[in-house]
Design a protein around this ligand. Structure first.
Ligand code: DP6
Length: 336
């Protein structure tokens, strides 16, 4: 495996801009959360978050993260999350400080980073993707780099893989790339909108995840005998999802996304130690969705590295969905 560090990518990418002082005291930016319809699952490089396969997501409109970055008035980084200061010893503050190290003009320059998640915490959706994307967009403004979307996506990926998709809106594809330094591994917008597409988030557990997506995908890639089937599955599913977007074929979109998510979870079951995110409530909800579909309701789901379920449907089914799932949280991906 390549021994390139993140800094070995950031330095040439920023060129002479690296090491220069910010051009303003404060900058702020918003980035949307995203949900993968075809998942990113397995890395060819752990340090640079380089994926084995491409992936394709939908961004969540107004739901995401707003981050402001300022020069710190004190000789330390100050980090707040939803208006609460996070001690330097927390995982959140440490991850930010390590990421900011890549961009400090000198070790004596510190930042104040204020992060506000507009993803309702009750929805149980990952905020690291929108968080790193918003941070990179804010840093770009603070330093006056004026980077291309491609380079912003590359920088966000260094924070968290799925963050590279959150610098864009709508349907987004992350090209896996093949280069050792990952300069060809970034996200691009997929043409097409789908204004009446809806997501319904069902938070099924308040419990902390037992295993992070980072650890889970690593264990799966290294130990699961089913993993070798995954890249083949992805190449089919990406093509089908793009076709469904072009032709607005909801049934094709739904069944491909659902089957892709189930296949991802299946690779985990064959890992050792086994990776299983589902709770009894997750399985019961899947069965309920399958039963409703049998009765004629066009309803599908996807799941990430946790027990919660994100349903996919179209606006005309809203009443039926809210009747069946009163606790559902509705997301309009294409609302501006
Ligand atoms: C199951 O992007 O959180 O949500 O690159 O290690 O930070 P790191 O992983 P992360 O993994 C997301 C995995 C997923 C699928 C997806 O979003 O594509």
């Amino acid at each position: 495996m390549s021994s390139l560090r993140k800094i070995d990518v950031v330095t040439p990418l920023l060129g002479e801009k690296r090491g220069q002082m910010p051009v303003k005291y404060c900058a702020s930016a918003f980035a949307p959360s995203n949900i993968a319809l075809c998942k990113y699952w397995g890395k060819r490089n752990e340090e640079l978050n380089l994926p084995i396969t491409p992936s394709l997501s939908i961004s969540l409109g107004k739901l995401g993260t707003t981050t402001s970055v300022c020069l710190s008035p004190e000789p330390r980084d100050i980090v707040t999350l939803n208006n609460r200061e996070m001690p330097a010893t927390t995982k959140f503050a440490k991850a930010l400080a390590t990421f900011l190290d890549l961009f400090r003009p000198s070790p004596t320059v510190f930042f104040r980073v204020d992060t506000q998640n507009t993803v309702p915490t009750a929805a149980g959706m990952a905020s690291s993707a929108s968080g790193f994307a918003a941070l990179v967009l804010a840093l770009d403004d603070l330093f006056g780099w004026a980077l291309s979307t491609k380079n912003l996506s590359i920088l966000a990926r260094l924070g968290s893989g799925s963050a590279c998709r959150s610098v864009l809106r709508g349907f987004v594809e992350w090209n896996a790339g093949a280069d050792e330094d990952g300069l060809d591994s970034y996200a691009e917008q997929v043409k097409g909108t789908w204004p009446d597409l809806r997501l319904g988030v069902l938070r099924l557990s308040e419990l902390e995840k037992e295993i992070s997506s980072r650890q889970a995908m690593k264990c799966t890639r290294l130990t699961s005998s089913l993993y070798e089937a995954w890249p083949i599955k992805v190449s089919h599913d990406i093509a089908l999802i793009k076709e469904s977007i072009e032709t607005r074929d909801f049934e094709l979109l739904g069944r491909t996304a659902e089957s892709n998510a189930l296949a991802m979870h299946a690779t985990g079951l064959a890992a050792w130690p086994p990776v299983l995110f589902w709770l009894p409530e997750s399985v019961a909800t899947m069965r309920k969705i399958w039963a409703l579909r049998k009765e004629g309701l066009p309803l599908y789901f996807t799941m990430d590295a946790g027990p919660n379920i994100k349903m996919l449907f179209t606006a005309d089914q809203l009443d039926a969905i809210t009747t069946e799932f009163p606790a559902v949280e509705i997301v309009e991906p294409f609302s501006s």
